[in-house]
Design a protein around this ligand. Structure first.
Ligand code: NAD
Length: 305
């Protein structure tokens, strides 16, 4: 059986010194890609820095006969990371925005510093890397992006208000990149992974972590960023431990109310069952769906008072 190959392609993996990023870097190098192994080398809380994390992975890839180069910038310096790809390999085809840290603390005790650092690394970092790659992608009419969300962003998570906000931000960011990139064969998708790493080591028992190898997240990412994927863009995927599923928005039946004085809190309360009625769901994909819904509604005969 033939395998998905990435020969002559350049893959940038941020936060590739450990966890998921390391697994991506090894995989893509083993499938023929030249890999930029970016890692700031700090703690999982974003303290300190070191070149060691990236260097170890680069050495391992080279020892296995692969092509890789290290970059030690913070993702906040996206230009420097993409420049490493261009200088060393002449191009960039795939960007995996993966670097991340945690600053878990109850909302009551959260400080601006906790909020800002998380948003700098996850939101600003992903933006800076994608922004620096974008002109190359557009020019060559080819680019593949994976951004990394989290179940914490999709559903909320106690003690992670900062991280949740940043992670759901990756979803909207990806949806927009997918739309703006479509014309240039730039495909962008977002994953909410679950995997054993130093991030999850403190919150999950060892026997559970045993079945959550980062390697089980890699194949989905590889399939999405391969050149054979020309249509799946703007998708949200839950992935880990062998489970892979796409997520999407669901809209309840809803209530269409007359926009006059009759639209009061009491009217809403009386229609609450319809507002929450998911028995015949719709799956909206954009604001146009909502407008069409309103227009349809406006054509309807007005409801009795
Ligand atoms: P990890 O801590 O093992 O790896 C993250 C890597 O990013 C580390 O090597 C770290 O040094 C690097 N990094 C941190 N800040 C950086 C910066 N500013 N610039 C460059 N590198 C930086 O964690 P992981 O579990 O492999 O997480 C990878 C991504 O997946 C993160 O975005 C994380 O939020 C996300 N995620 C992971 C899980 C999970 O179950 N492991 C769940 C949801 C989301």
């Amino acid at each position: 059986m033939s395998e998905l190959r990435f020969d002559n392609q350049v893959v940038v993996v941020t936060g590739a010194g450990g966890g998921l990023g390391k697994a991506y870097a090894h995989f893509f190098a083993s499938r023929g890609a030249s890999v930029v192994v970016n890692d700031l080398g700090g703690s999982h809380k974003g303290e300190g820095q070191s070149s060691k994390a990236a260097d170890v992975v680069v050495d391992e890839i080279r020892a296995a006969g692969g092509k890789a180069v290290a970059n030690y910038d913070s993702v906040e310096n996206g230009e420097g990371i993409i420049e490493t790809a261009i200088k060393n390999f002449g191009r960039i085809d795939v960007l995996l925005n993966n670097a991340g840290i945690l600053r878990d603390i109850s909302f009551k005790n959260m400080k601006d510093e906790d909020w800002d650092l998380i948003n700098r690394v996850h939101t600003y970092g992903a933006y800076k890397c994608a922004r620096a790659a974008w002109p190359h992608f557009r020019k060559q009419k080819y680019g593949r992006v994976i951004n990394t969300a989290s179940a914490a962003g999709l559903f909320g998570s106690f003690g992670q208000a900062n991280y949740s906000a940043a992670k759901l931000g990756q979803v909207g960011f990806t949806e927009t990149l997918a739309k703006e990139g479509a014309k240039y064969n730039i495909i962008a998708n977002v994953i909410a992974p679950i995997a054993a790493s130093r991030m999850t080591a403190t919150v999950m028992p060892p026997d559970v972590l045993e079945n959550l190898k980062p390697d089980w997240v890699v194949p989905l990412v590889a399939a999405l960023v391969h050149s054979s994927n020309t249509t799946e863009s703007g998708g949200i995927y839950e992935v880990g431990g062998g489970h892979v599923a796409k997520l999407r928005w669901e809209r309840a039946k809803g209530a269409l109310l007359k926009t006059d004085d009759s639209l009061t809190p009491g009217t809403i309360a009386r229609k609450w069952n319809e507002v929450n009625d998911f028995s015949q769901p719709e799956y909206p994909t954009g604001p146009a769906d909502f407008m069409a819904y309103l227009e349809d509604g406006l054509k309807m005969p007005s409801a009795p008072k």
